[in-house]
Design a protein around this ligand. Structure first.
Ligand SMILES: Cc1ncc(COP(=O)(O)O)c(C=O)c1O
Length: 404
């Protein structure tokens, strides 16, 4: 029967097993995030874990145990970090891995999984369909299926993070942990509540998939409708029965974060902290930025659970962040269609050390008033203040520009 005490004791064994193949990840104080949130924030950087996420821990312990039980191979279904974790663990322990991924899984993740030596089967449009295929491969080959979260031994592997954090910062007041299916927070909470019952354990879910919060309200695991999220690792429809039980027992609070907050957290971590976090990994910092009651001045660990983000999503997050900070802007307006007019505008922009990225000068749109041109300029600004000065000077010179 699973209990926090049992998970803690399995975690001690897990640690001995997995540390041959996994990193003890750094716990770094972040002055910037501390200043912005009013807590004393430490980042537990599982983004620097082997395979780029904490998933290697649970997988390494589980696959070790399965091999000890005589299995020569394992099966998993995943579109993301679990695939890489299981593939890596299987190679580390010398067993075969068959990973079923949805047909539209990002090529970078498929290649990473192949790179760890796993056999990849592409099947179905979503993970649930991939899972059904994985179940049938599992039966046919006699290889067990490694569940991504609802498994005591996977949870015990994740719990090694709790052991590490306690050694790195014994007197923490709280830890914030992202929730997908709940396997990560179950392990971390089991160890912390066993050893330091006073430490608050706070979970974070994206508004796109608040399954644990809704399940707690309902008193049983329930399914929620899910939407797209930057934190794709947290988009799960329903918690497991085991993770639900542990979370109900051990977790103090659950915070829901919006997509904008997740994007802002990713941007801040990257720009100020030099930390590359994927959306799920940045969710803990998003919660802090949004504000969690009772944590002012407290020592808080934000678990950065992964750093596997594809470059196109990252580009969007960076552009959005630059626009929000007034470091990138597009201005659009009508200007008199006279020689030298565009130059006057560009001179004002250059005087404030803003750098033009793109200019569109259009006289063909029928909506343009006679003897005018429509101008749209994208520029980078050294600071929000420089951009404000450009806008003020353009206005003084008689131009009316709209900005986004
Ligand atoms: C980076 C990252 N963080 C957090 C989670 C959530 O973990 P769990 O499903 O155990 O709650 C996942 C799950 O895939 C993940 O990939």
């Amino acid at each position: 029967m699973t209990s926090p005490a049992r998970i803690e004791s399995l975690a001690l064994e897990a640690r001995r097993i997995i540390m041959e193949h996994a990193h003890e990840t750094p716990l770094d104080r972040s002055a910037t995030i501390s200043r912005l949130t009013g807590s004393r924030v430490y980042l537990k950087l599982e983004s620097l874990q082997k395979t780029g996420s904490f998933k290697a821990r649970g997988a390494l312990y589980k696959v070790y145990l399965l091999k000890k039980r005589g299995y020569r191979g394992v099966v998993a279904a995943s579109a993301g970090n679990h695939a890489q974790g299981v593939a890596y663990a299987a190679r580390a322990h010398g067993v075969e891995a068959i990973i079923v991924m949805p047909e539209n899984a990002p090529p970078a993740k498929v290649n990473a999984t192949l790179g760890y030596g796993a056999k990849v089967v592409l099947h179905g449009e979503v993970v649930d369909e991939a899972l059904r295929m994985a179940e049938s491969i599992s039966k046919e080959k006699g290889y067990p299926l490694v569940h991504p979260f609802n498994d005591e031994e996977v949870i015990a592997g994740n719990a090694t993070i709790g052991l590490e954090v306690l050694e790195q910062l014994g007197d923490l007041d709280a830890i914030i942990v992202p929730i997908g299916g709940g396997g990560l927070i179950s392990g971390v909470a089991a160890v912390l509540k066993q050893r330091r019952p006073g430490v608050k354990v706070i979970g974070v879910e994206p508004r796109a998939a608040p399954k644990m919060l809704e399940s707690l309200k309902a008193g049983r695991p329930v399914s929620v409708g899910v939407a797209f999220s930057l934190a794709d690792g947290l988009v799960v429809k329903k918690p497991g029965d085991l993770t639900f039980k542990l979370v109900s027992e051990l977790v103090d609070d659950i915070v829901v974060v919006d997509e904008d907050e997740i994007a802002r957290a990713m941007y801040l971590l990257l720009e100020r902290g030099k930390v590359l976090a994927e959306g799920a990994g940045a969710a803990s910092v998003a919660a802090l930025l949004q504000g969690v009651k009772g944590l002012e001045g407290k020592r808080v660990v934000a678990l950065i659970s992964g750093g596997n983000v594809d470059l196109t999503s990252l580009e969007k997050v960076i552009l959005k962040g630059l626009v929000r900070e007034g470091r990138l802007a597009r201005i659009t307006g009508f200007i008199p269609d006279r020689p030298g007019e565009l130059r006057k505008i560009l001179d004002i922009i250059a005087r404030h050390k803003c750098n033009v990225v793109d200019v569109i000068h259009d006289r063909t749109d029928p909506a343009i008033p006679p003897w005018h041109a429509k101008v749209s300029i994208v520029m980078e600004a050294p600071s929000r203040e420089a951009l404000e000065k450009v806008m003020a000077e353009l206005e003084e010179a008689g131009y009316r520009f709209k900005r986004w």
